[in-house]
Design a protein around this ligand. Structure first.
Ligand code: FE2
Length: 283
């Protein structure tokens, strides 16, 4: 489908929140050459998301990861260069000794922190080259920006933050990104249905799939208000990853603006459901 048909701005247009993407980080996809057949459609969807990302010539990618879990504060990584060696705490057999290096955007990250704090939220900048990223940040970037050539700002989900607070922080981030002259893309790294079970190929239940599909339909149609209104019950019934906080922040970033979605694909991982959806602002 052409960019015009999707209704998203052409490269070079001055839209500072250029795209908003929901996608996966399932650890079995960390090494593209090792992806198993049951997750290959999901890997292909992430490659398509990368094409969409670069179609807007992004200058910064802001990423909320459901695997950077904070208890009390919202952390935003303002480190100028993110570099480290990741062995995944939850699954060191799947991700081990993985070197990563991505440019950061310290100035914009600090602007996000300042705006959150000005609104009274406990938002803290991390500027620490010893901090090692989580796999929810690293895995999707290996598909989205394989050349690691887009500055990245990643941030936590906060367990003591309600969905409303997570949404509020998203609204604040969205406002700062719109005020920035940089073309920004916001990426939410996390599953929808997330009743985890043993067995990598296991899918969510039929009911969970129906709920996921209905939620995805709202996104594709651009009915973000209904998506936001239904998120609490959906998150509870389908045990959406991180309680749905990443989705709340993602919806908050889009705010009241008009968006339309494109469903790029889906895949299972140990009972979870992982859609990849790109949202295009409607000028
Ligand atoms: Fe996860």
């Amino acid at each position: 489908m052409s960019p015009e048909a999707r209704g998203h701005p052409e490269r070079g247009d001055t839209v500072s929140l250029a795209l908003s993407i929901l996608g996966t980080h399932t650890p079995r996809m960390c090494y593209p050459e090792k992806v198993q057949d049951f997750q290959k459609p999901l890997a292909q969807a992430m490659y398509k998301a990368s094409e969409r990302l670069f179609s807007v010539d992004p200058e910064v990618l802001v990423l909320v990861s459901t695997h950077w879990v904070a208890s009390f504060n919202h952390y935003i990584d303002a480190t100028p260069v993110h570099e480290g060696v990741l062995t995944a705490m939850e699954c060191p057999d799947l991700i081990s000794n993985l070197h990563y290096r991505y440019p950061g955007d310290s100035e914009l990250a600090k602007a996000l922190v300042a705006a959150g704090r000005a609104a009274g939220l406990p938002v803290i900048a991390v500027e620490d080259p010893t901090y090692v990223w989580d796999y929810g940040s690293v895995v999707p970037l290996r598909y989205l920006t394989p050349a690691a050539n887009v500055p990245v700002i990643n941030m936590t989900v906060c367990l003591t933050a309600s969905l409303e607070e997570s949404y509020q922080l998203g609204r604040i981030i969205g406002r700062v990104l719109r005020e920035s002259p940089k073309r920004a893309v916001f990426f939410a790294s996390g599953a929808l249905a997330h009743n985890l079970v043993r067995g990598p190929e296991r899918t969510p239940t039929r009911m969970e799939r129906k709920m996921e599909d209905e939620f995805a339909d709202l996104l594709v149609k651009g009915d973000l208000e209904t998506a936001w209104q239904t998120l609490p019950q959906f998150a509870q019934l389908a045990k959406v990853e991180s309680g749905g906080r990443h989705v709340a922040t993602w919806l908050g970033v889009m705010g009241d603006d008009a968006f339309r979605g494109e469903y790029l694909g889906w895949g299972p991982s140990s009972g979870s459901g992982n859609p990849v959806i790109v949202m295009y602002p409607q000028a």
